[in-house]
Ligand binder design. Structure first.
Ligand code: GLA
Length: 388
């Protein structure tokens, strides 16, 4: 949908009393190209911000009431006092907005009451961070409303607290960093332990595509939290022989070969994924610095294999899409994006090959899975902004 149309929908959603005084903010979604499941293991990630995301209209009220509306959940408007915000209060769609406001109040003091209206230009539960996009746009909007000069790193932490503590997903900071640090035309290389970053240009002549499998993520929260717990258990086991170890990112091949037998097979597979993914992310970053898109693409496809076989978060539909994608001449690499368990893949494709790519992947996917794939081409976008 075009931006003007999305903004019209946003205005229609707002209470008439607050339309005139509302400010409108945008935050993107994200796709992750390398560093899958490394953020909560202390590693580096390589995401991009998308040009699609979430639009939020905000108007202050004179009381301490919140009124929350979303075009995605018509008829499910919620009104509640700010004083009733409590972690894990609800599992409804409002949890992401509530969590962001709760985190901002905790850090910055009392907020005024607010009328909030939301329109998302991202499919939900498809691995494109629709939820972190909501958290980030709300934190960004609060900072602006309060007139705060807030650094992106502080906003990353607040949006992350919203997801971890209020919503209850034990994610790392990949999504929030990708969204708040997005830069047009660039990928972000972000070290989730040191919080250091580098913006690397996407080599000229390459396009990114998100291909939606049309399958919602199943049991994503519980399966995701289970992966986090497995990594925590594997770390505790390895600390018995390597007491200085603070996160799985610091496990190298040598340590894994010497002590991998201590681990149950499933935990060993998880650690093998992390060790390989740390190596791939380093190689991928070096390849991009040297403008070697093909090598970067190969790392993406190898990451998918590892997510399928070792981390076990892929699905038959995502595997079929990746196989179909990498068989197309002009596709440099492809992998599932987000946590896995359904949703989308992301591919790196030479400019000019877009039509052939869509035709071949759509056809292969239809034949193999009996489903229609949806294609979204994009160039890496920027971070959040106030747009009206
Ligand atoms: C989800 C989480 C992120 C990250 C990815 C996997 O998107 O929210 O923190 O762990 O999965 O890389």
């Amino acid at each position: 949908m075009a931006r003007a149309e999305l903004l019209d929908r946003l205005r229609e959603l707002q209470p008439t009393t607050s339309r005139a005084g509302a400010r409108i903010f945008f935050a993107p979604g994200r796709a992750n190209l390398l560093g899958a499941h490394l953020d909560y293991n202390g590693g580096s990630v390589m995401p991009v911000a998308l040009s699609r995301g979430t639009y939020l209209a905000v108007a202050p009220r004179t009381d301490r009431l919140l009124s929350l509306r979303s075009a995605q959940f018509p008829g499910e408007a919620v009104e509640l006092p700010l004083d009733e915000l409590r972690p894990r209060r609800t599992r409804a769609w409002t949890a992401y907005l509530e969590g962001a406001l709760w985190a901002c109040e905790q850090a910055w003091g009392r907020l005024p009451g607010l009328d909030l209206a939301l329109v998302a230009d991202l499919p939900m539960a498809r691995g494109l961070s629709s939820s972190a996009s909501v958290e980030c746009v709300a934190v960004f909007a609060c900072a602006r409303l309060l007139g705060r000069e807030t650094e992106p790193d502080e906003m990353i932490h607040l949006a992350h607290r919203a997801e971890n503590l209020y919503v209850g997903v034990r994610c790392g900071i990949l999504d929030q960093a990708a969204i708040l640090l997005g830069r047009p035309g660039h990928l972000l290389l972000f070290d989730c332990l040191e919080m250091t970053r580098e913006h690397l240009p996407l080599p000229a002549g390459l396009r990114l595509v998100v291909v939606d499998s049309g399958v919602q993520r199943e049991l994503a929260t519980s399966a995701f939290n289970q992966r986090v717990a497995e990594c925590t258990r594997a770390l505790a086991e390895l600390q018995q022989v390597a007491p200085g170890l603070t996160c799985l990112r610091d496990v190298d091949r040598d340590l894994l070969e010497r002590h991998g037998d201590r681990l149950a097979p499933i935990l060993r597979r998880r650690v093998e994924h992390v060790v390989g993914e740390v190596e791939r992310t380093e190689r991928g970053a070096a390849a991009l610095r040297a403008g070697r898109g093909e090598e970067f693409g190969r790392m993406m496809t190898a990451a998918h294999d590892s997510l399928r076989d070792l981390f076990e978060v892929s699905t038959p539909e995502l595997d079929a899409l990746v196989e179909a994608a990498v068989a197309v001449s002009g596709c440099l690499g492809a992998r599932l994006t987000g946590a896995g368990f359904g949703g989308c893949i992301v591919g790196l494709v030479a400019a000019g090959a877009e039509d052939a790519f869509e035709a071949a992947v759509a056809d292969a996917y239809r034949r193999r899975c009996g489903r229609e794939a949806e294609f979204h081409w994009f160039d890496p976008g920027g971070g959040p902004a106030e747009i009206a």
